[in-house]
Design a protein. Structure first.
Length: 202
């Protein structure tokens, strides 16, 4: 009988082969991690931009609705409709609760402005953070535009206001990682005060 000669070739991997494989694995892992971090940053940035846009729209809708309704006086008692009008703040009144006949509660006497922390406030209550700009302009009865006014409007000018121009800009909470600049979302609109100016109609 002829003896069989069996050659076993299970020599395994050399140290160099293991190091090369580990290096390739680390390169691939690094590429995957870079893509993941980039996608995560992009997603976070998009969420911040969407949040800023949502805040601009919500705040603008609220201001437009309340400014448009200023001067609502179903009982005809008469009151000062716009006690304060500047380039950066406005106070408006309306008699929504007709039972008492005076515009004296928080939903009838409303002031908008931005505080030192860049927050839009309604009657001192924060409603939007990271405000980049809030500006009001005014259109008077004779068509004069004070946009924006250089000084607070006088009582006579406030009585003649027929429309308000609102500009609101809100920035993101964090700057963009690549430019280190804040992204800003802004809106501008004009609001005709529907309860003022009836005496102007012939």
């Amino acid at each position: 009988m002829i003896p069989l000669c069996v050659h076993k070739t299970n020599r395994g991997f050399t140290l160099i082969e293991l190091l090369v494989a580990m290096a390739l694995g680390l390169v691939v892992l690094g590429a995957i991690l870079t893509v993941f971090v980039s996608q995560n940053q992009t997603n976070a940035a998009q969420q911040e931009i969407a949040y800023a846009q949502q805040n601009v729209r919500a705040a603008m809708d609220l201001m437009v609705r309340e400014i448009r309704n200023a001067g609502y006086d179903p009982l005809g008692n008469g009151f000062e409709v716009i006690p304060l009008a500047t380039a950066v703040s406005i106070q408006i009144r309306s008699d929504i609760d007709v039972q008492d006949g005076t515009p004296d509660d928080a939903n009838e006497d409303v002031t908008y402005g931005v505080n030192a922390s860049d927050q839009l406030e309604r009657n001192g209550t924060r409603i939007v953070d990271f405000v980049d700009n809030l500006e009001f302009g005014y259109v008077l009865e004779d068509g004069t535009m004070l946009d924006p006014p250089g000084a607070p409007l006088t009582a006579t000018q406030r009585d003649d206001i027929r429309a308000v121009i609102i500009r609101l800009a809100v920035r993101t909470e964090n700057p963009a990682p690549d430019t280190r600049e804040f992204r800003v979302r802004s809106m501008e609109t004009g609001v005709r005060i529907r309860n003022l100016g009836f005496q102007d109609i012939p």
